[in-house]
Design a protein. Structure first.
Length: 230
């Protein structure tokens, strides 16, 4: 049985990891030397034409090393990946009243932990060096989050004490994430500039909405634990 103090410490750690993640990503963009798949000489990070994974490349499109943005991007992903694994390890303990919420939360936590492991894997596989592994992990991340969101929405709605508002947040994110998963499989060819813009902007919408959703969920779990531990 996990102690209340350990749970509180874990949730605090998860929030701290999220804060570091939210800080390191824009710093990695600021330190990105430049270059896109259509313009190797472009300066800085392009919101429209660079993917998030470009921050984790070992080299620029022109072949120059880019250690700083890689280090920040990879460190952020590893930290948030660890946070997801820990977060989903303790979340089922809040959903134990009915069989449905127990099963849903456990399946959701397996999927969420897999998403965390996928984050760590993406950090360890720069796409310019390990494209196939990187893409498999990227698909794994999105699909795992999709399952985790569905399962925890069910668990929250079935639970009598956990605020339903958090299921509402999940519902909004679910629509965006499902649309992005469809875009990943059915989107335009990224060999053209137009295709790159559509896919890169779609990725950023999904990731930024995910950051907001998971921050709300981390904070919500922390507040729920605080209220029900007093």
């Amino acid at each position: 049985m996990v102690s209340r103090r350990w749970k509180r410490g874990t949730l605090t750690f998860c929030l701290a990891c999220f804060a570091v993640y939210a800080l390191f990503n824009p710093l990695a963009m600021l330190l990105y030397p430049g270059g896109t798949s259509t313009d190797q000489d472009a300066e800085g990070y392009s919101f429209l034409e660079n993917f998030f994974s470009d921050l984790g490349m070992a080299h620029t499109y022109g072949g120059e090393p880019k250690a700083l943005s890689l280090l920040l991007f990879a460190s952020a992903l590893v930290l948030i990946g660890i946070a997801f694994v820990l977060f989903f390890a303790i979340m089922p303990s809040y959903f134990i009243k009915t069989r449905l919420e127990r099963v849903a939360s456990r399946i959701g936590s397996v999927a969420g932990a897999l998403a965390g492991v996928s984050c760590i894997g993406i950090a360890a596989t720069p796409w310019d060096l390990c494209l196939n592994a990187h893409m498999i992990l990227a698909f794994s991340l999105s699909l795992s989050f999709l399952l985790a969101v569905i399962c925890y929405s069910v668990a929250i709605l079935k639970n009598g004490r956990y605020p339903n508002a958090y299921a509402g947040v999940f519902a909004v994110y679910l629509v965006i994430l499902a649309a992005y998963v469809c875009l990943m499989f059915l989107g335009p060819d990224i060999s053209t500039r137009e295709g790159i813009v559509v896919m890169a902007v779609g990725q950023k919408i999904a990731i930024y909405s995910g950051m907001l959703c998971w921050f709300v969920q981390f904070l919500g779990a922390f507040e729920y634990h605080r209220r029900h531990s007093e």
